[in-house]
Every structure is written in structure tokens, then in C-alpha cells.
Design a protein around this ligand. Structure first.
Ligand code: PEP
Ligand code: MG
Length: 875
């Protein structure tokens, strides 16, 4: 049977989002449950995939689209391009997951001068007719032909100036007609051909534009950040128009059934009379709060409130809706599970459990772990905030604290951020082109736009602080400055913005760490109840370890001991060790370091309160530690009783062509066993001391040997470790237990994991190096070509951030399958960066790892992702 590419709204349902996209599936569902939806059809995501395969919309698909237009004409009793009763439609994209950054909407498609004249006359409302037409030309030119909005906006501003008015709605039918003519001339000047009059040509152009927008750079960035594969494609919705711009008994609005910023259970939204959808979102006019609709449109408002209730009860989640009122009659244009801040997500999930709408598992499953990040980042210090006087106030559009230097363009935000500056992006209003800049900034401040403006919606999705609609700002974008509260702010000045209250402050306000409490604590407790994977942390300092414990870490999965050597008081001794000529000299230097290491480890065990601590022995190539400054070289020479030249020669001798594959990892311990001896003694002595102090703890160090590729390397180093450890334990008369395991981070180790497992108590996958060596990509240089890989669709993600499950993952699975039968007690974890990435955590759960280990701030993310993996599996 031939593939079906189009579905009437009456043919679909909410379960068909893969095929119909979120918007299409929900339009179908709303149709099914009897809500007032202007009818139309959805062109499937498969048509989009086919578009990319064929390099255009095939004749077969075009034919089916035309058949569905005929069906739509039958349903509405209107006809495309008809002089008597013309059909006008909206064309909107709609992927499986909602995606800002893609083409969104074209309204009023089907208009040409003949049709405009018809509807002007028939409706006796020429102003409306010409308003629709000029909007259509503007949107079509912008999104289909990519002419850019700016030219048209300039023409509108010019017209308003000539007419002495400030609002679009004050322009007359005649003004709008003139504008439409100017727009068409502008179109011809830019594109070189006349603006299309044929509705079918317009429609195919618009559909093509939606498909094309699936592959625009903004969409690609968004997809990468949100784990949305290119292969999903987008659907296109063709819907008959309901008009909110026919006069004062019309309007359009957007609303959420609960507050998307706080989660509070109250209807939130905005409404504009005599307007079309994009007016609300673009922030061109300031909308009124939805509650005011009760006065202006009492019947439509009462009906809308009922619809909200119906939709929440139906979807069991907070809904984000778009609607239009045409001649007092309500039409629903969209519903979806609303985007929300992390804070709101937690509150809504808990409330839905309390209201009996969701189970605990469902509540855990509905939270995007990546969103938690915002809650874990610093907030303004309450005391400092109280003492500070705001210079202005906008809308608290997306919570959080942002403090940084002012920049005025998205490009500057990216550029400054790359240089390590923290910036706040200040704009009149944002548009999808600004996405990368918004991401690079700490926060966003806009002059225009409400809670549903582009800036607000996108910032919330990104979990980034945003204050929108601060109309008091007198903006001078061209000169990169603005005035607020009697002060002129220029590029580079510090500013602080509070995305919860909307307050804006001059200068820097100190921030404090976040806490896991309230709803956050409740959700995390449920997550812990349902997950089976343990979560440890990568921590090298007691402070990090403590933070990670507070955030729920159940142990340390990786302590990179080398980080301890960089401290000012020990780097000198470490350099002496590197520059030693003889074993005796080296041992003398190591003897200086040992008590410091021991103290470090004691502090770590204390912070972990008896939870397991994995200590990885020295790993990086030694040249990373040698001095580069003349004065430091001289100091080292003096300490060693050597000449500066000798030291320089020694440093030069450490040079390697491929340091990542050079003298590092267990190769250091093979060359200089005394380093492993010192580290073992420090680990064991520290453990004995802390165990003595806390009889109720079970202090059990796990010594981890890095970069093993051959079992003989492991055997050699392990022998050194065991002999040293057993001697220390015996001398102390202790019964301390310890483990010796290895990282699996070289492909050969994974391939020979059975041999290795016979000699290891545990495996820990070092997926940073394992990815580097499996792909043969330098982990420090891959950034230089990944951009090209994304452009050419070779990669959709950075394999160093998101685990390559097909290749690297296969090695991990193989290692577990080979290792466990040989050593049934073998425990396995992961400590590469992937241990904190939600999809990678899910994979780790599936292949049967015992734990993941990640940086402290990602611990709650990993806990939630682990719970979601277990819940998904049980479903
Ligand atoms: C790894 O390689 O994944 C790892 C955790 O070790 P490092 O990043 O220190 O090389
Ligand atoms: Mg490594």
C-alpha cells in the first residue's frame, strides 16, 4: 500500500505524535474530544523525511496535499482562491518535540488582490482584509523567501510616522493597502519575481519552507542540545483560519493552565483584542492579562476556562494553548504540554501526584533531568539582594540569578563568552536568530515582550534567567547603550537581573549555592526509591566531595589524584620528584608529598562518611607539571642543586609527540613504581586513621589503576600496590579491607576484559579516553572539526558529551560480558563525562553497570535519569 502522507484532523489522535508531530496529534485529539478547532490536515513527518531524500516535495506527495485541500474545501464549504467564498489557511510546523528556532507560522495563506477585494467587500471590513494581506506578504517573505522582517518593519514604522500614529491598529484600510503594495514591491526588489498570487503555489512554498526549516542552523543547535535526532523530521499543519483581527469583538491569546514560571495552579496568559497570533508572541503590542478577557469576552472566556479544565483532565499535565476569538466565538488553535521552568516542573509534578492525576513514577518520568541544572546553580544571596536597590523592573520571565557584563548583540554574547566573560544579553526583543547568543549569555533582558514572548519562552526552555518587557529602558542599540533608572549603561558595564522577581540591578550582586529542598527533595526521594543504578561523584577535593554528598552522591567514583599536586605548597615537591635522577632522589621527593596526600585522602574519607571512595593513581603525562616561567625553573634548579640548563634539558626531554598516547597512566607506575608505592601508603594510612575515628563507618578504599591495556601492566602495578598496602596494614595491626581495580579506557582492555577481570575487583569505564581511542579523535582537539561533522550530518552530537552507544557502548557491553563470568564479584561503573548525561545514564542502566559517577552538580541529574531508566524498563 502506498504511504499515506496526509491526515485530516479527524483522522488522527494524541498517540500519533511521531507521525503527526506534537501540534498535529493534539489538534486531532482536540477535534476528537469535541473542542472547537478550525479544521484542516497534517502532512506527516515521513513526508519531511521523504523531502530530504528526494531533495524536494515529490509529485506523489504534492498530489496527496492537493487532494486534502479539496477535502478541506468540502469540510469548510470554502474554496482556495475563490472569489465568492475563499479558503484561507495557516501553515505551521510541528515536530514530535516542540522546537523553538524552527519556522513556526504563516497566516492568511490563500490571499491575493482579488481575494482581498472579495473578503473586504463581503465582510464590509476592508481594514481587516488589507491587514491580513500585508501580514501574509510580510510572513511569507520572511519565512518562505528569507527576505528578513526588518525591511517590512521599517516600512510600517515609516507609514506610522507619516500618519502620526504609534500603534499598528491605528492604521486605516487605505494605509494598509498602500503598505501591501509597498511590501510587494519590496519582495520583487529582493527576490526578482512577483509575489505569488496562486494559493497552491503559496501553499507548496510554505510547506517547503517548513521542511527546510528543520535543517536551519538554529534548529540544528536546538536539536543537539535537546537530543532530538534529525531523522524525526517535522510535520506541517494546514488549518483553516480563524480571525482575531476582524475588529474589537475578536482577539487572540496564549495561556497556560498553570504558571510556567512557578508551577502555581492558576490560569496564566495574555490576550490581545483585534490581533493575530504573532502580535502576542512578537511583543509588538503589550497584551492584557487573560483574566481581563472575563470583561471583554465573558462568554468566550467562560468557555475557554472549561476547555482548560477538559484539557488538563485529558492530558494530566499543564497545557500551553493558543486560541482565537472571532466575532466572540472561541477557536482552539493549539495545545501542548507547556514548557516550564525547572522549579515549576517540580511543583507541577508534585501537585499532580497530590491531585491524583499522576503516580510517583509518572511524576519522576515527566521531569527533564537536564532542567534540574538551573536549580543547582547559584541564586542571589538573599541578604545582598535585600540591601540592593533595583534600578528597574521587568517581568520575571525565567527564574534564576544572572550577573555579567552587558552586551547588545547575540554575536557579541558568543564572542565575549568564548573569551571567558560572563555576559547579560540586552535586546529590544529577541528572535530565533539570537538563540546561540542567548545560550552563551548568563541571562537575557528585553525591553519588549510579555511572559510568552520569544525571549521568555526560549529562556525558560534553556533554563536560563530572563527578565522581559522592561519598557522603562530607553534603548539605543545602534550605539550599544541604554538608559534606565537615571543611569546610562554601556557595553561592558556590570548588571544583575533576577528572573524570579524581574528586578534589575546596577553592578554585581553576590550569589549563593542552591539547596535541595521542598518539591525538589520530594522528587529526588521518589527518584531514589525507583532507581537501581547507584550514583557517585567525580571529586578531588573535600569541598567538592561534600557538595556532592549534599546533592546525593553515594560515593566517589573518581578522585583524580594529580589535581592535588597542583596546589602551591606541593607542586615544588612534585617537580623535584619529576626531576630526580635516581630512585633515592625520587623517593626523597615523594616522602615530602606523602603526608600531604594522606591528609587529602583523610579529608575525602571524612567527607564521604563511610561511603566508597575510588582513588585513581597518577595519570597525566609528567610534562603537564613542569614549570614554564623562568623564575620557577630557577627555583627548581636551586632546590635540586642543578643548573638552569640541566633543568631545561630535562623539561625538553619530557616532550612527547602524542602525549595522550604517551608516558601516562599506569605506564608511569611501571616506570616509577615508587610513585604507586607512595600513593598506596597514603591511601591506606589515611583509611586506617579515619576508620579508627569512626568505628561505625566502613572505610574501604578502592585503588584504581588508569590506562591499562594489557593485563600484565595491571598485574605489575597491582603487585606493588598489594605489597605496600598489606605491609602498611600489618604494621598498623589493622584489618582494613581495600580493593584494587582498573579503568577500562583503552579499547584493548575492553577486548581482553576476561583476562583483566581475573585480576581486578572492579572496572570503571573511563569513557573520555575510551571515546578518544575508539574514534581516534583527540579529546582536546575534536572541537576543531566537530562543527564540520555537524554541518555534514556525520555527527548529531559530541561523542565526548553523549556516549557513542553503537561503538564505545559496544566495547563497554563486551567488557562486562567478558568480565563478570570470570569474576562474579566484579563491580562496574563509569566515570567519564558521560556519567552525568541523561541518555548515557540510561544506557549504563541497560547494560547493567552498578554505578555512574559524575561531577557534583550533575549528581541529581544522574539520580533522576537513573530512576527514569528503571521506570521506563519496568513499563
Ligand atoms: C576518562 O578517561 O574517562 C577518565 C575519567 O579519566 P580522565 O578524564 O582523567 O582521563
Ligand atoms: Mg582517562
Amino acid at each position: 500500500m502506498a504511504t499515506k502522507y496526509c491526515y485530516l484532523f479527524s483522522e488522527g489522535n494524541a498517540n500519533m505524535r511521531e507521525l503527526l508531530g506534537g501540534k498535529g496529534a493534539n489538534l486531532a485529539e482536540m477535534t476528537n474530544i469535541g473542542l472547537p478547532v478550525p479544521q484542516g490536515f497534517t502532512i506527516t513527518t515521513e513526508a519531511c523525511t521523504q523531502y530530504y531524500e528526494d531533495g524536494g516535495i515529490s509529485e506523489e506527495i504534492q498530489k496527496e496535499i492537493n487532494e486534502y485541500i479539496v477535502k478541506m474545501e468540502g469540510i469548510t464549504g470554502k474554496k482556495f482562491g475563490d472569489k465568492e467564498n475563499p479558503l484561507l489557511v495557516s501553515v505551521r510546523s510541528g515536530a514530535r518535540a516542540s522546537m523553538p528556532g524552527m519556522m513556526d507560522t504563516i497566516l492568511n495563506l490563500g490571499l491575493n488582490e482579488t481575494v482581498v477585494n472579495t473578503i473586504a467587500e463581503k465582510s464590509n471590513n476592508p481594514r481587516w482584509a488589507w491587514d491580513c494581506y500585508r501580514r501574509f506578504i510580510q510572513m511569507y517573505s520572511d519565512v518562505v523567501m528569507e527576505v528578513g522582517k526588518k525591511y517590512f518593519e521599517e516600512l510600517i514604522d515609516k507609514m506610522k510616522e507619516e500618519k502620526g500614529v504609534t500603534q499598528d491598529v491605528e492604521l486605516t484600510a487605505e494605509d494598509l493597502k498602500v503598505l501591501a503594495g509597498q511590501f510587494k514591491a519590496e519582495y520583487k526588489a529582493k527576490i526578482g519575481v512577483d509575489f505569488p498570487d496562486d494559493p497552491k503555489e503559496q501553499l507548496m512554498g510554505a510547506i517547503k519552507a517548513v521542511f527546510r526549516s528543520w535543517d536551519n542552523p538554529r534548529a540544528n543547535v536546538y536539536r543537539r542540545d535537546n537530543d532530538i535526532p534529525f531523522s524525526w523530521g517535522t510535520a506541517v499543519n494546514v488549518q483553516s483560519m480563524a480571525f482575531g483581527n476582524m475588529g474589537d469583538d475578536c482577539g487572540t491569546g496564549v495561556a497556560f493552565t498553570r504558571d510556567p514560571a512557578t508551577g502555581e495552579k492558576k490560569l496564566m496568559g495574555e490576550f490581545l483584542t483585534n490581533a493575530q497570533g504573532e502580535d502576542v508572541v512578537a511583543g509588538v503590542r503589550t497584551p492584557m492579562p487573560i483574566q481581563q478577557m472575563a470583561e471583554t469576552f465573558p462568554e468566550a472566556f467562560a468557555q475557554f476556562k472549561e476547555v482548560c479544565q477538559t484539557l488538563e483532565n485529558h492530558y494530566h499535565d499543564m497545557q500551553d494553548m493558543e486560541f482565537t476569538v472571532e466575532n466572540k466565538k472561541l477557536y482552539m488553535l493549539q495545545t501542548r504540554n507547556g514548557k516550564r521552568t525547572a522549579q515549576a516542573a517540580l511543583k507541577i509534578a508534585c501537585d499532580l501526584v497530590d491531585e491524583g492525576m499522576k503516580t510517583e513514577q509518572e511524576a519522576v518520568a515527566m521531569i527533564d533531568p537536564r532542567n534540574l541544572d538551573t536549580l543547582l546553580h547559584p541564586q542571589f544571596d538573599a541578604k545582598a539582594l535585600k540591601a540592593a536597590e533595583p534600578v528597574g523592573k521587568g517581568l520575571g520571565a525565567s527564574p534564576g540569578a544572572a550577573c555579567g557584563k552587558i552586551v547588545f548583540t547575540a554575536d557579541d554574547a558568543v564572542e565575549w563568552a568564548e573569551k571567558g566573560e560572563k555576559v547579560v544579553l540586552v535586546r529590544l526583543e529577541t528572535s530565533p536568530e539570537d538563540i546561540t547568543g542567548m545560550k552563551a549569555a548568563q541571562g537575557i533582558l528585553t525591553v519588549r515582550g510579555g511572559m510568552t514572548s520569544h525571549a521568555a519562552v526560549v529562556a525558560r526552555g534553556m533554563g536560563e534567567c530572563c527578565v522581559s518587557g522592561c519598557g522603562d529602558i530607553k534603548m539605543d542599540e545602534a550605539n550599544k547603550k541604554f538608559e534606565l533608572g537615571g543611569k546610562t549603561f554601556v557595553e561592558g558595564d556590570y548588571i544583575s537581573i533576577d528572573g524570579t522577581t524581574g528586578n534589575i540591578y546596577d553592578g554585581i550582586i553576590p550569589t549563593v549555592d542552591a539547596q535541595i529542598a521542598g518539591e525538589f527533595g520530594r522528587i529526588m526521594a521518589w527518584a531514589d526509591k525507583y532507581r537501581t543504578l547507584k550514583v557517585r561523584t567525580n571529586a578531588d577535593t573535600p569541598a567538592d566531595a561534600k557538595k556532592a554528598r549534599e546533592l546525593g552522591a553515594e560515593g566517589i567514583g573518581l578522585c583524580r589524584t594529580e589535581h592535588m599536586f597542583f596546589e602551591a605548597d606541593r607542586i615544588a615537591a612534585f617537580r623535584e620528584m619529576i626531576c630526580a635522577d635516581t630512585v633515592e632522589e625520587r623517593e626523597a621527593a615523594l616522602a615530602k608529598i606523602e603526608p600531604m596526600q594522606q591528609a587529602d585522602f583523610e579529608a575525602l574519607y571524612e567527607a564521604l562518611e563511610g561511603c566508597p571512595v575510588t582513588i585513581r593513581f597518577l595519570d597525566p603525562p609528567l610534562h603537564e607539571f613542569v614549570p614554564t616561567e623562568e623564575a620557577d625553573i630557577k627555583a627548581l634548579a636551586d632546590a635540586q642543586g642543578k643548573s638552569v640548563e640541566d633543568i631545561k634539558a630535562l623539561i625538553a626531554g619530557l616532550h612527547e609527540f602524542n602525549p595522550m598516547m604517551g608516558h601516562r597512566g599506569c605506564r608511569l607506575a611501571v616506570t616509577y613504581p615508587e610513585i604507586a608505592k607512595m600513593q598506596t601508603a597514603a591511601v591506606i594510612k589515611a583509611a586506617i586513621n579515619v576508620q579508627k575515628k569512626h568505628a561505625d563507618w566502613n572505610v574501604k578504599p578502592e585503588i584504581m589503576i588508569p590506562l591499562v591495556g594489557d593485563v600484565k601492566e595491571l598485574k605489575f602495578v597491582k603487585k606493588v600496590v598489594v605489597e605496600t598496602a598489606d605491609a602498611v596494614i600489618a604494621e598498623a595491626g589493622s584489618d582494613l579491607k581495600y580493593e584494587v581495580g582498573t579503568m577500562i579506557e583503552i579499547p584493548r582492555a575492553a577486548l581482553t576484559a576476561d583476562e583483566i577481570a581475573a585480576n581486578a575487583d572492579f572496572f570503571c569505564f573511563g569513557t573520555n579516553d575510551l571515546t578518544q581511542m575508539t574514534y581516534g579523535f583527540s579529546r582536546d582537539d575534536a572541537g576543531k572539526f566537530l562543527g564540520a561533522y555537524y554541518d555534514k550530518k556525520i555527527f548529531e552530537n559530541d561523542p565526548f558529551a553523549k556516549l557513542d552507544q553503537v561503538g564505545v557502548g559496544k566495547l563497554m557491553e563486551m567488557a562486562i560480558k567478558l568480565g563478570k563470568p570470570v569474576n562474579p564479584n566484579l563491580h562496574c561503573g563509569i566515570c567519564g563525562e558521560h556519567g552525568g548525561d541523561p541518555t548515557s545514564v540510561e544506557f549504563c542502566h541497560k547494560i547493567g553497570l552498578d554505578y555512574v559517577s559524575c561531577s557534583p552538580f550533575r549528581v541529581p541529574i544522574a539520580r533522576l535519569a537513573a530512576a527514569q531508566a528503571a521506570i521506563k524498563e519496568n513499563k
